[in-house]
Design a protein around this ligand. Structure first.
Ligand code: HEC
Ligand code: HEC
Length: 297
């Protein structure tokens, strides 16, 4: 905040408090209890007159007290422009303190779970409740709150894995992230529009959905030339490359002709961001168990 606005705010706040105080002080009256002799304000509204009584004492002092409270508060805490307050309190400082406290409290629990084998964690409801919270905070934006994923974000509740479903691989996936890279094949020189149609039909034929049987048959050869390096001779994929199994009817993208054609033509770039910098190994260990628990029931 610039000095000008700081002074501006301070003057208005202090001016208002002292203004209220002055108004109250200047208009106070000595207490009279004799209502008979009490004067009226002199106004008459349709014959109804108004007493000019002083404020009750308790009310007067209470009001004075709130003015003093406000001044003491503004001296101790930030509130007047750039004034930091005598206590040095800040929202940010309080937040950091709370985070530090929570870290100290939880890191023990995390460490304890971090040393427990995955199979035991999966069977431990308290550990899985913690895994669910970690998942909700760090993963559900992409994978969905139930881990079912959506287009481009893999479903973590099934038994189909792009990169592999054993504990070490899942741990590595979460810690280091993954880059799914399918090159744009259809726009490469050497592949004609007819060949694209043929290979798409061939991929569809794995799940018995070819639009054109003759094209699918011809597509087998295109597939051998352009796709087997990653998706394997039989189309079941390669987990070392994150190349999906095309035969099991589980799809990362859409399953129909147009989606597959688009993948072949333009390729796919997909990223699972590395969590190693944000989460500790113990937390990732718990998350690994949680992810595996999703597909084991
Ligand atoms: C910004 C979005 C995003 C966030 C956040 C994210 N993921 Fe992912 N995740 C992805 C994408 C995209 C992929 C697929 C990568 C690919 O295509 O190879 C993926 C892949 C995975 C895989 C591999 C699945 C397989 O079939 O092999 C696992 C396991 C996984 N994520 C777990 C997690 C966990 C646990 C978290 C939270 C700590 C998390 N992800 C957070 C986007 C995200
Ligand atoms: C260099 C390796 C590589 C080659 C060659 C390759 N792919 Fe892929 N393909 C991948 C990877 C990796 C993915 C996953 C992309 C992602 O994670 O988003 C993929 C994804 C796909 C998908 C989407 C699957 C789904 O579940 O939605 C289809 C369909 C596909 N490829 C078909 C083909 C066809 C047909 C060819 C040959 C013309 C081919 N790919 C060649 C690596 C390859």
């Amino acid at each position: 905040m610039s000095t000008f606005w700081s002074i501006w705010i301070s003057v208005i706040v202090l001016g208002t408090i002292f203004g209220c105080w002055w108004l109250l002080w200047a208009t106070r009256k000595s207490q009279t209890t004799d209502t008979e002799t009490t004067k009226t304000t002199g106004h008459s509204y349709d014959g109804i007159e108004e007493y000019d009584n002083p404020l009750p004492k308790w009310w007067f002092y209470l009001y004075m007290g709130t003015c003093i409270f406000a001044l003491v508060y503004l001296a101790l805490y930030p509130g007047l422009g750039n004034w930091q307050g005598l206590l040095g309190w800040s929202q940010h400082g309080q937040w950091e303190e709370e985070v530090k406290e929570a870290d100290a409290r939880y890191s023990e629990i995390y460490a304890q779970y971090g040393n427990t084998p995955i199979e035991e964690l999966v069977a431990d409801p308290a550990a899985m409740a913690m895994g669910q919270r970690l998942f909700a905070n760090n993963c559900s934006v992409c994978h969905g709150s139930a881990g079912r994923g959506s287009i481009g974000f893999p479903n973590l509740t099934d038994d189909d894995w792009l990169w592999g479903g054993d504990p070490e691989t899942v741990f590595t996936t979460i810690k280091n992230g993954r880059h799914g890279n399918m090159p744009a094949k259809g726009t490469m020189p050497g592949m004609t529009a007819e060949q694209v149609d043929q290979v798409v039909n061939y991929v569809l034929s794995f799940s018995n959905r070819a639009r054109d049987e003759a094209a699918a048959e011809a597509g087998a050869q295109v597939f051998q030339q352009a796709c087997v390096a990653c998706h394997g001779v039989d189309g079941t994929g390669n987990q070392a490359l994150g190349a999906p199994d095309l035969t099991n009817n589980v799809w990362l993208y859409g399953s129909d002709y147009e989606w597959i054609e688009e993948t072949v033509l333009y390729g796919r770039q997909n990223e699972m961001p590395a969590q190693g910098g944000r989460l500790s190994d113990d937390q990732i260990h718990i998350l690994t168990a949680y992810v595996l628990s999703l597909s084991s029931n």
